[in-house]
Design a protein around this ligand. Structure first.
Ligand SMILES: [Zn+2]
Length: 163
């Protein structure tokens, strides 16, 4: 049964050039779902993700995949900087250092990933989190929660991390 998907358009994106969609950077928002949506749709924040997932699995779409959401800042992945150009931003509402991801959040993320995984030919190596691409500057996700998520991705998409 699919999780609800709602539209909460954010003004905080770059429309061109088209997003490259080479993989996904996962985040947590620290703020709860409603407070995060208020911030992410405020032009003054200059922050957005493509999608934010509530603790009950509800997904809010903020920026279309083909546009560049402003989620990663100064970062490096695949030996490139400007990760916003090629990594989609998927965020979990809350703070993974204080509360683990809910089963619904993980299941909803897998549901969001599924059609994109096939379309873009992703592998687990194209999945990362903000902590790993901006070390010392950002700490999301908590390492144990990232590990849980990566195992779930490997199980869902038929491959194991590190192989
Ligand atoms: Zn982040």
């Amino acid at each position: 049964m699919p999780y609800p998907e709602i539209s909460r358009p954010s003004p905080n994106f770059t429309a061109a050039p088209a997003h490259e969609r080479l993989g996904v950077c996962f985040h947590h928002s620290v703020l709860d779902f409603d407070a995060a949506l208020a911030r992410l749709t405020d032009p003054a924040s200059e922050v957005s993700y493509h999608c934010l997932i509530a603790s009950d699995g509800t997904r809010a779409t903020l920026v279309a995949d083909e546009h560049i959401a402003w989620h990663a800042g100064a970062s490096t992945f695949l030996r490139r900087t400007r990760c916003n150009d090629f990594l989609l931003g998927l965020a979990f509402a809350g703070d993974t250092y204080h509360a683990p991801l809910t089963a619904e959040q993980i299941a909803s993320a897998l549901e969001w990933l599924a059609p994109r995984w096939a379309e873009h030919g992703w592998t687990p190596e194209r999945m990362t989190d903000h902590r790993q691409i901006a070390p010392g500057r950002k700490d999301d996700l908590a390492p144990a929660e990232w590990a849980r998520l990566l195992v779930a991705i490997g199980e869902r998409f038929g491959c194991r991390p590190g192989r």
